[in-house]
Design a protein around this ligand. Structure first.
Ligand SMILES: CC(C)(COP(=O)(O)OP(=O)(O)OC[C@H]1O[C@@H](n2cnc3c(N)ncnc32)[C@H](O)[C@@H]1OP(=O)(O)O)[C@@H](O)C(=O)NCCC(=O)NCCS
Length: 113
């Protein structure tokens, strides 16, 4: 058996495999709930507001055009980055969320997050 690191031109196909496997209910998100993941900015372009702007655009798109009730994410970094973008921390967890209405969140964290 021969194992090798993926090359750049293979990454889309690898991502598509993950999407194929996990897009349909594997994140245990309820109806009208969405998840945000893998936020990253090229190292040389950090600190210019790109990630904040992107997260805000995704938020607006989901809440305005997709009837989003709750948007979840799993924060690997200091929660402050996302709380500045209006995400709320859940005590004892790295899951954060933002909801269209404060009564929407029942306290249960989707599996993946
Ligand atoms: C975190 C990350 C996406 C921010 O991207 P960016 O385009 O530089 O973000 P913005 O310019 O919108 O915001 C910059 C702010 O993020 C803060 N920030 C960067 N890394 C951070 C971290 N690990 N924890 C908390 N805040 C962080 C910066 O201090 C900066 O704050 P300031 O405005 O007070 O100076 C980028 O640093 C990155 O790609 N990191 C590696 C991947 C990663 O950890 N992603 C998060 C997964 S949950």
């Amino acid at each position: 058996m021969y194992l090798k690191e993926a090359e750049a031109h293979e990454l889309d196909a690898i991502y598509a495999m993950g999407f194929d496997t996990w897009h349909d209910g594997m994140f245990s998100l309820k109806d009208d709930c969405f998840g945000l993941g893998s936020v990253a900015t090229y190292q040389s372009l950090r600190g210019k507001g790109y990630a904040s702007h992107l997260v805000n655009l995704v938020k607006a798109e989901l809440f305005v055009n997709h009837n989003c009730k709750i948007l979840f994410l799993h924060s690997d970094i200091a929660h402050q980055f996302y709380s500045r973008l209006d995400f709320v921390s859940i005590e004892g967890a790295d899951c954060m969320y933002i909801s269209s209405n404060s009564s929407e969140f029942d306290g249960s964290i989707p599996t993946y997050f």
